[in-house]
Write a protein that binds this ligand. Structure first.
Ligand code: COI
Length: 359
């Protein structure tokens, strides 16, 4: 137990840190995990004492409900270290709220705020030496929440586990990212789980995305399932379109139940609005963007997500149309990425209170 944790957490430290053997020279996203993980179980109708313990494999039976019915939601967050070694999270309450919104949609009990916030804070504090400090590097934090009851009836589980692992991370995307506008498969539909960070949403994207990759496109921009008429999100990122000097992005909940309400997306909208860039959050027709591309008004497209940060898209295909996208000299992607990272890495004032110190 440590002083600033409210819930009594059980803490079991690793006997020998893996850090001296860890190779930080070529970080591949999500492949190396730090010494500890946070675990909190829910059973007998209540949350049990959470534990921080060495990162390890899980002891589940094949009948655990998560394997059958996919009651699984997750989050993506990052811890950043400034030049003096201070550590910060970025808007963690947004992730807490979104995780519980996702959990509610999948019929899972809410995670107590104390377990989520203080557990992650303590975990990051214990493994702070795992936070890489190279340009754009951070400690990726992956909370995941699964159904653990051993029973194969198709009904909500009566037992769950919330876990958090952390992973030193550099870039998520390496190389060019060209996108294909999908007009056959769908990621989400009205009233479905598209707005939730449900594990199954990602599984549903893999097959169409692999097909797009075979055609030379690293990501898909999903369109609405009803008509394939409106541009939605890219699955691992929300998407922004710059037409002329205006920034356009699709609406999220409550206006659309199909799109993940990204924390990076929300932050970029705020930065743009406060810096004199007109932002339109509204349904965006594929036709409008393709016409803008044809008449030279489409200046840039970029993705926004925790793992991806802000990612310029270098080409877009829709049916038989394709165009390369060259980053303009006054790129909004660069401008807002720098502003965001300056806040995240404590290189600039944080007028919004987005930085959350871990101390
Ligand atoms: C994130 O950006 O944190 C996500 O969860 C997306 C994931 C596909 C890496």
């Amino acid at each position: 137990m440590t002083a600033d944790i409210k819930t009594p957490f059980i803490i079991e430290k690793i006997k020998e840190s893996k850090l001296p053997k860890a190779d930080f020279s070529n970080l591949v996203f999500g492949q190396m995990f730090s010494d500890h993980m946070l675990v909190a179980d829910f059973f007998d109708g209540k949350w049990q004492t959470p534990k921080i313990m060495p990162y390890q494999a899980l002891p589940y039976e094949p009948s655990a409900k998560v394997f059958h019915y996919g009651q699984a939601v997750f989050e993506g967050m990052k811890a950043y270290k400034d030049s003096k070694g201070n550590v910060f999270l970025f808007r963690p309450e947004e992730n807490f709220n979104r995780m519980n919104n996702s959990a509610e949609r999948l019929g899972m009990p809410a995670i107590p705020k104390d377990i989520f916030m203080n557990g992650i804070k303590e975990l990051v504090k214990m493994d702070k030496d795992w936070i890489p400090t190279g340009n754009g590097e951070s400690l990726y934090i992956r909370p995941v929440y699964i159904a653990t009851e051993n029973a194969v009836a198709a009904s909500p589980s009566n037992a769950y586990r919330f876990m958090v692992m952390t992973s030193p991370a550099g870039k998520y995307y390496v190389g060019d990212v060209k996108v294909k506008v999908e007009d056959k498969y769908s990621r989400a539909c009205d009233g479905g789980v598209g707005y939730a960070k449900a594990a199954g949403n990602y599984a549903a994207q893999f097959y169409p995305t692999e097909k797009a990759k075979e055609e030379g496109f690293q990501q898909i921009i999903w369109t609405d399932s009803a008509e394939h008429k409106y541009l939605e999100e890219a699955g691992t990122m929300n998407i922004f379109f710059r037409i002329g000097d205006k920034l356009l992005t699709a609406p999220t909940i409550p206006d659309s139940t199909r799109i993940l309400p990204g924390v990076t997306r929300k932050s970029i909208i705020k930065l743009a609005q406060d810096n004199g860039v007109p932002v339109e959050v509204r349904p965006i027709e594929v036709k409008e963007v393709i016409e803008a591309a044809k008449n030279g008004e489409l200046k840039e497209i970029f993705g926004a997500g925790t793992a991806a940060t802000v990612l310029p898209i270098t080409g877009i295909k829709y049916k038989d149309f394709y165009t390369d996208l060259k980053k303009p000299a006054d790129s909004y992607a660069d401008r807002f990425k720098n502003m965001l990272m300056d806040i995240q890495y404590n290189r600039a004032e944080d007028p919004y209170g987005w930085r959350y110190p871990v101390q």
